[in-house]
Design a protein around this ligand. Sequence first.
Ligand SMILES: Nc1ncnc2c1ncn2[C@@H]1O[C@H](COP(=O)(O)OP(=O)(O)OP(=O)(O)O)[C@@H](O)[C@H]1O
Ligand SMILES: [Zn+2]
Length: 631
Amino acid sequence: MTEAKNQLSTMKGSPDQFRLASLMRFDRSIEIVRILATGVTTLLFWQGMAPLELLWLAVAVGLYPLVKIGLLDLIHEHKIGTEIFVTIATLVAVFGGETVAGAVLMVIILIAEFITELSTDRARASIKALIVSVPQVARLQEKGDERRVAISELNVGDVVLVRAGEKIPVDGTVIAGQGAVNEAPLTGESIPKDKSAGSTLLAGTLLDSGALDVRTERLGADTTFSRIIALVESAESEQAPIQKLADRVAAWLIPLVLIFLVGVYLVTWDVRTVVTLLIFTSPAELGLATPLVMIAAIARAARAGILIKGGVYLEALAKVDVMVFDKTGTLTANQPRVVQILSNRASLKEAELLRWAAAADRRSAHPLAKAVVEAAAQQGIPVPESESFEQFQGRGVKATVEGRIILVGNAALLRENGVSLAEVVEDGGRTPIHVAIDNEFVGVIFIADTLRPGVRESLDELKATGIKRLVMLTGDNRATAEVVARDLGIDEVRADLMPEDKVKAIGDLVAQGHRVAMVGDGINDAPALARANVGIAMGAGGTQAALEAADIALMTDDLRKIAGARAIARRAYRTIQENIFVGIGVVHVLGITAALLGWIGPIEAAIIHLGPDVLVFINSIKLLRVRIHGA
Ligand SMILES: Nc1ncnc2c1ncn2[C@@H]1O[C@H](COP(=O)(O)OP(=O)(O)OP(=O)(O)O)[C@@H](O)[C@H]1O
Ligand SMILES: [Zn+2]
């Protein structure tokens, strides 16, 4: 929290400036003048100091924007909004002889609309402010000299210098120097990370100490930072189902309300009661109850390094009952190491087995292949080039090395290639990689990976938030998968899956009526992420692919952020329900009752009506302060 505040005070265009700037906008000034003019005229007329004609003029001036917005909504969105209701209420009052009441109620509504608009703008501005900004100038290194240039003049490949206390202006790689970088603005991670030659840097993060020379890789709109801003900005337009429902209910209520009002008038012949009722029967506010909550929740999450791409996913995450995890790289740390080599042939030494396997695997990008190649390098084994190479998704590789056909992969790969396996090697906790030379099974390489720190706690926390079933999907073998699952308290394991099986497994869960979230790394798992109700990608700070693939992107690999995201989502959903049922529902029902009983008139109604608007606002803004674990 405090770090975030410090960030705010150092950024260009602080929220205060932003607020001032938007307050001073031209149309805002007109609005203020309009409110003052109509208010003062009403007051003068009331005191007998102005003629009725002047009051009519004031009413016309005040109604103008309401009629305009109301008609535009009606024509373009086929929606009867608050504006139309207020216009009707004012006109009924003025022509029914309650001119002062009509004018006062109109002024109060104008003030309420003005306040709502300002606060929504501020919430929006705060989203951007929370994720801070990128500096607009950089120190460019040129022919041994340095000079300050605008970011727009930089090119990919340029070397920029960053000194302690400065913000990193571009995405790039450190080529010289050393320093500690605070990535909190992007990831919510407040512990600074040490950076030296070869480390990657993200624009918008802060160099706490040291000095770095950075080779520019991405600039301006291409930086991860800019992508995030763009995604958060578009998040608002992704309406949540509850919002659509509120809009639908509002549309459906309007004719009923109008019939009800005509009925009341025919029974009572009382203009005051009808005008008072009009204020409390406008269902348009239903539509206002959700956007502010969504904006606040998305802003809160962004500050914790959780990127939620729209209200629709916030609601979906709140309702999730089954959570599915990929194993490798999601639950495990994705740092596989070779831990044991077993040769099946007396004549074949372990080092030699590793040499064949590494030769076959050297062109594969699979993490297991990298572990094999790395082990060979560590043992100083020279690895030959392969003559041909083929990768089988979820199976392994087939390569020709020194004229011999090498298979490296799981049992299924060997069987499919007609290699008979005397016994399937399974060993809990470690992944066996089978090796065959010229269609003969020659041995197994065992690879182990460690669990991510804090996985168990994160999963327990998720269960505590009402997730009923935790499922693990993996391409790894059953024995290894089951050991991991048992360690973590996972309820259901599906092993030996091909990538398309994972997509199908999620499809089945969705078809059974579950609300499914899928957690993966976002690179290999993109189709599975897309199939789930909510796709959550980890480590999106590292790769832009992960950022694009998911509905919710975690900027670091910290699994605790999932529980954090879930907490924010549930809280937001509850707030929306509170806003609708208590803030709007209860107050309006009470207001209608009071009006029918003749306890309140139009002016009291308009004042009381400000109550729920303010409540909804405060209730929503509270979301910005939700405490979540690990952020
Ligand atoms: N390049 C490779 N070298 C060796 N074995 C491989 C290779 N590619 C795949 N395999 C074998 O195929 C299995 C399935 O691979 P896949 O990539 O589908 O899953 P994974 O990465 O092990 O696990 P997860 O599905 O949890 O991410 C691996 O466990 C391994 O036995
Ligand atoms: Zn209301």
